[in-house]
Design a protein around this ligand. Structure first.
Ligand code: COA
Length: 349
């Protein structure tokens, strides 16, 4: 046995407003049929004006902390049996502001005191990167208990006239709590595989707003403040890189694909999930999919899929779980764990 980071809490949050495919079809040249057959998406949640990434991150974080408290239980005098969180890592590509990071504000609003907190930017792979970062800090002894959040509000950076991206992306946040434990416990993160390829940086991008092309002062070239994606090559790379990353992690962990109970892949497109399943030789029942209800929620996608799979009884304690993600950068990453027994608990706030 060795020191490991152990997953011990899970939460998520979606904005109230639901935008159906039919509603999109009233505004754009698209249809429910096209979106469902080409992506598997039926609806997505979208923030209200003024609602930001940190708002969703705080709600998801509060739920994950409540779940960790309920999972740990209470002492005879009613006191919580959990140590305070001493690290917050937030994966997002839609921070509240370009500077400073959004994580310190989230930590402050959750009442977590002066803990170290920072953002991780790896677009749709952000949650896996953040998980690996927090887990490494725990195994290195730098942190004892971490809140890891994936939160994005892509509706705030989409071109209102772009039928492709508006059909795919939705807003949301998902979160987990990690604690120090040992590698033999259920919930222990057993390994990671991470990678990137910057030669594909232009395939998924927001061109303006950074140091290469400021939008202030002076206007950005028309439309360059919006998110753009070259769908076809992204599709191909997503299948290839998630499959390769999953395969190499499975070899390292010593599992074969048939022994994995649930693969929770980044929820980009049902055809991508099925193609990854085919590459790995998986059966349909091994693949978790919630994108019909939420679309592609970027950094929130994997933890929200975990939350929905637990809520629906599809993901059970003892299941061998493979997480795999792919996103802008290009970036990809996978993680493996045996699913622990978790309680859902009521948030204090
Ligand atoms: N409604 C109707 N038609 C649409 C449409 C929409 N919402 N979006 C695109 N189309 C059209 C295109 O304009 C194109 O029309 P054309 O043939 O007249 O030029 C046609 O559908 C086919 O476009 P194509 O891009 O080849 O479709 P596709 O089958 O590859 O599906 C995506 C497009 C974006 C759904 C698909 O490429 C995809 O899922 N890519 C990966 C996206 C992703 O996962 N991104 C995040 C990664 S982290």
């Amino acid at each position: 046995m060795s020191r490991a980071a152990v997953l011990c809490g899970l939460g998520g949050s979606l904005p109230e407003r639901i935008v159906s495919n039919e509603e999109l079809a009233e505004q754009l040249d698209t249809s429910d049929r096209w979106i469902r057959t080409r992506t598997g998406i039926g609806q997505r949640h979208v923030v209200a004006p003024g609602q930001s990434t940190s708002d969703l991150a705080v709600a998801a974080g509060a739920q994950a902390l409540a779940s960790a408290r309920a999972t740990a239980g209470q002492a005879d005098d009613g006191a919580d049996l959990v140590d305070p969180v001493d690290l917050v890592v937030l994966a997002t590509s839609t921070p509240d502001r370009p500077c400073p990071a959004t994580a310190p504000d989230v930590a402050h609003r959750l009442g977590l005191g002066h803990v170290p907190s920072f953002d991780v930017s790896a677009v749709c792979t952000g949650f896996v990167y953040a998980l690996a970062t927090a887990a490494s800090m725990i195994t290195a002894g730098i942190a004892g208990r971490a809140l890891v959040i994936g939160a994005d509000t892509f509706s705030t950076i989409l071109d209102p006239a772009d039928r492709t991206t508006r059909a795919i992306f939705g807003d949301g946040a998902g979160a987990v709590v990690l604690r120090a434990g040992d590698s033999g416990e259920p919930g222990a993160l057993l390994g990671f595989d991470l990678g990137s390829d910057g030669s594909g940086a232009d395939l998924i991008t927001v061109r303006a707003g950074g140091s290469r092309q400021r939008s202030v002062p002076g206007p950005a070239a028309e439309g360059e403040e919006f998110f753009t994606m070259d769908g076809r090559p992204v599709f191909t790379r997503a299948v290839l890189d998630m499959s390769r990353s999953s395969q190499s992690l499975l070899e390292r962990v010593g599992w074969n694909a048939a022994e994995v109970d649930k693969v929770v892949a980044h929820q980009a497109n049902i055809r991508i999930l099925n193609a990854v399943g085919e590459q790995l030789g998986l059966e349909e029942k091994q693949i978790v999919a919630n994108l019909d209800r939420v679309g592609n929620t970027v950094a929130a996608s994997i933890p929200l899929a975990l939350r929905d799979a637990v809520a629906g009884g599809e993901l059970q304690p003892g299941h061998r779980v493979l997480l795999t993600g792919f996103g802008g950068g290009l970036t990809w990453g996978s993680a493996a764990l045996v699913w622990p027994e978790l309680e859902t608990g009521r948030p204090h706030r």
